[in-house]
Design a protein around this ligand. Structure first.
Ligand code: HSE
Length: 311
């Protein structure tokens, strides 16, 4: 007999990792959202409550809320004869660049999935959660919901047909997340992207993305960090976070292996080798760039983590 209630912890995620736009993703150990689903006999999805960070800015309309859309997609795909009520506790601020809507979508999909007699596969849950991302940002991408569901490092090999691959990142891969106190929506950040890519830049991106994957396979954190530079997407988005370049330079000067814009921003992400560095100096150096400009920051000195899990 399947459960009547499931509580799922759904992590923040890094998408792009610089050179892998819409392809690479990494689950973080923290922060995370907590999503609870309860079975109801009516075939409806109802969002009962949203608490936590900037909760008042998030709609409880299940047709426009990422957890609601993803839960609906799971129930429809599995032809479930019941519905769910959802409660959402946001640990991840929306419009941050660390997969806030993706975490809620993944959590909504996985919590609904946990109530099924025959659950969907993780790949199918990712696919359902990505529907929500598509609806909310106007573009179908799965590089946040992929790692939020599956954990570790994920690669979207292809969108049509959908194929996602997962691997375990190096155990000493540390991550510093710096979240400046301003918002950037994914929808807005996608409007500034170039429609075409110069061939020379394409060659550069493929080289870096390939080397980053090799770094993950070899456990070579220096190679991962050196392979994050992106010459297509970040230059277009940099004006949305005017201190980005200084913040990235400060991170590498303080010992980070590499730094990049988290997803569509504004978070700045630095990676470092936990065997050589405790990450605190990197966090301080990036924070100083914003604080000296009068912008408050939240910081997490953390590492990669697992995907959605039952509490
Ligand atoms: N890959 C997406 C982007 C992630 O950069 O627009 C957005 O969260």
């Amino acid at each position: 007999m399947a459960a009547d209630k499931a509580v799922v912890i759904s992590p923040a995620t890094l998408s792009n990792l610089g050179s892998g736009f819409d392809v690479f993703g990494l689950a973080l150990r923290e922060p995370f959202d907590v999503i609870e689903a309860r079975r109801i006999p009516e075939r409806e999805v109802i969002i009962e409550r949203i608490d936590g960070r900037n909760a008042s800015t998030i709609t409880t309309d299940p047709m426009h809320n990422s957890a609601g859309i993803a839960a609906r997609a799971v129930l429809d795909r599995s032809k479930a004869d019941f519905g769910v009520t959802l409660t959402i506790k946001k640990g991840i601020r929306p419009c941050s660049g660390i997969g806030s809507s993706g975490a809620s979508a993944a959590g909504g999909a996985c919590a609904a999935n946990a109530l099924l007699e025959v659950p969907l596969s993780p790949e199918e849950a990712v696919y359902c959660a990505a529907r929500a991302e598509g609806h909310l940002s106007g573009s179908y991408h799965a590089d946040n919901v992929g790692p939020a569901v599956m954990g570790g490092f994920t690669i979207i090999k292809s969108y049509e047909p959908f194929e996602i691959l997962r691997m375990e990142p190096p155990k000493d891969l540390g991550v510093v997340v710096t979240m400046p106190d301003f918002l950037v929506s994914t929808g807005e950040a996608r409007k500034v992207l170039p429609k075409q890519v110069d061939l020379k830049n394409m060659v550069y991106e493929v080289g870096n993305a390939s080397a980053l994957v090799l770094g993950m396979c070899r456990g070579d954190i220096d190679l991962i960090g050196r392979s994050m530079r992106d010459v297509v997407i970040e230059p277009a988005r940099a004006p949305l976070n005017p201190r980005l370049r200084e913040a990235e330079a400060a991170a590498t000067k303080a010992g980070a292996a590499g730094a990049f814009l988290g997803g569509s921003g504004p978070c700045v992400i630095a990676v470092y080798d936990m065997a050589k560095n405790d990450g605190k100096g990197i966090a301080e150096a990036v924070r100083d760039i914003y604080v000296n400009d009068g912008i408050k920051c939240d910081t997490w000195v953390t590492t990669w983590g697992q995907g959605c899990r039952r509490e």
